[in-house]
Write a protein that binds this ligand. Structure first.
Ligand code: HEC
Ligand code: HEC
Length: 328
């Protein structure tokens, strides 16, 4: 009798465990129906979209095929949005593929509606309802204003179609289950008041994903009290680079930089943005998109500086180019 009771209760507990696993596995992400909007392909949208895509948000950092032999890895001619498989050395949980986001019908987004593109970018849901790996910065992009999101999609629609078939992303267990809760439907986001420079700067920093690169991570999560203090190591196989401390800490951050110096630091690369950037050795490799950011207008750079000044000063001494022979 007792044996039987034990067996029944064991079976019951096992049943619960199976149910729990099945629930977690089957539970889909929160998915909203894509909007039926067709974005306006106006010159204004295309210009704003180009700025967002190429400069502030630098989509090609992940989705482009880039020339890693030149300073700040400019995109190769005709390969904008073509997509790439990230190298193993980056230590990602699985094979992560930045999709072909050009309008090619077979290998890109040619058959997607604008609503589906908007949903992927801001909500993290692919056309088929699959949750996207959050390395795609949709948790930041969900803060994008509706008008900016429409402009971005208009520009994506105008990219030359590139035929480039890629493998599918395959995310390791259990990360594959854990990311299901990340996508979220967006609520409409209204325009940002540019006169409030700190708020406007916060918006730019969010779209630029600055905190993501400039914060150390533990198991894929940003360390909460180390935001903007740098020290995140990027190993791309042939080279390594460590993000800088951009807090207003005096010794290890950019505390001593004036607003003018900050703007100058970016503006110095405006020539490269015009004429192309020079070859560099692997020791000077960087993922900081200096040449793309060089086209940020002074107004935007000023706002970014002002927002960064409102963030806590954190001491964290960083060597950005650890493989560079020490200077004598
Ligand atoms: C830090 C790298 C990174 C940046 C920056 C980035 N993406 Fe992505 N994006 C990805 C990855 C990785 C995926 C694929 C995720 C997956 O397959 O789960 C993706 C997926 C997408 C998808 C969905 C494609 C599909 O087949 O489901 C779209 C659309 C997209 N990105 C557009 C953009 C746009 C537009 C920008 C710039 C505003 C951008 N991405 C910036 C990494 C990035
Ligand atoms: C893809 C990752 C990445 C993103 C996104 C990124 N950075 Fe960086 N950043 C780096 C790395 C790596 C370095 C250090 C190497 C170098 O200076 O090129 C760096 C360096 C810097 C420096 C130089 C600091 C110094 O002490 O010389 C500043 C300033 C900076 N970033 C600001 C920003 C701002 C503002 C944003 C957002 C608009 C941003 N970064 C986005 C990776 C990134």
């Amino acid at each position: 009798m007792i044996k039987k009771l034990i067996l029944i209760s064991v079976a019951f507990v096992l049943g619960l465990v199976v149910l729990a696993v099945a629930f977690l596995g089957l539970r889909g992400p929160t998915i909203a129906t894509p909007s039926s909007i067709a974005v306006e392909m106006s010159p204004k949208n295309l210009e704003r979209g180009k700025y967002l895509y190429e400069n502030l948000m630098h989509c090609d950092g992940c989705h482009g095929q880039n020339d890693y032999t030149r300073f700040a890895s400019p995109v190769l001619p005709g390969r904008s949005g073509a997509g790439q498989v990230f190298p193993k050395e980056m230590g990602l949980p699985g094979t992560i593929v930045a999709s072909n986001i050009t309008p090619d019908s077979d290998t890109g987004l040619g058959r997607w509606t604008d609503g589906e593109k908007l949903r992927a970018v801001r909500e993290g849901i692919s056309k088929d309802g699959r949750p996207l790996f959050p390395m795609m910065p949709y948790t930041y992009y969900r803060k994008m204003t509706d008008d900016d999101a429409y402009a971005l999609v208009a520009y994506m629609n105008s990219l030359p179609a590139v035929r480039n078939g890629l493998p599918k992303t395959s995310i390791d267990f259990p990360v594959s289950l854990m990311i299901k809760g990340v996508p979220q439907p967006v609520v409409p986001v209204k325009d940002i008041d540019r006169r409030n420079t700190v708020k406007y700067g916060e918006y730019l920093v969010t779209l630029g994903g600055c905190v993501e690169c400039h914060t150390p991570q533990v198991r894929g999560r940003l360390v909460a009290d180390k935001h903007f203090s740098g020290g995140r190591m990027f190993n791309v196989g042939f080279a390594r680079v460590v993000s800088a401390n951009i807090t207003r800490n005096d010794e290890s951050g950019i505390g001593r930089w004036t607003e003018t110096q900050f703007i100058e630091k970016f503006a110095q690369y405006r020539g490269y943005a015009e004429k192309g950037s020079p070859k560099v050795s692997n020791d000077d490799f960087t993922l900081m998109a200096w040449v793309n950011y060089a086209r940020l207008p002074d107004e935007d750079l000023r706002a970014i500086y002002n927002y960064l000044r409102t963030q806590p000063a954190i001491y964290n001494a960083v060597d950005s180019h650890p493989d560079k022979p020490a200077k004598r």
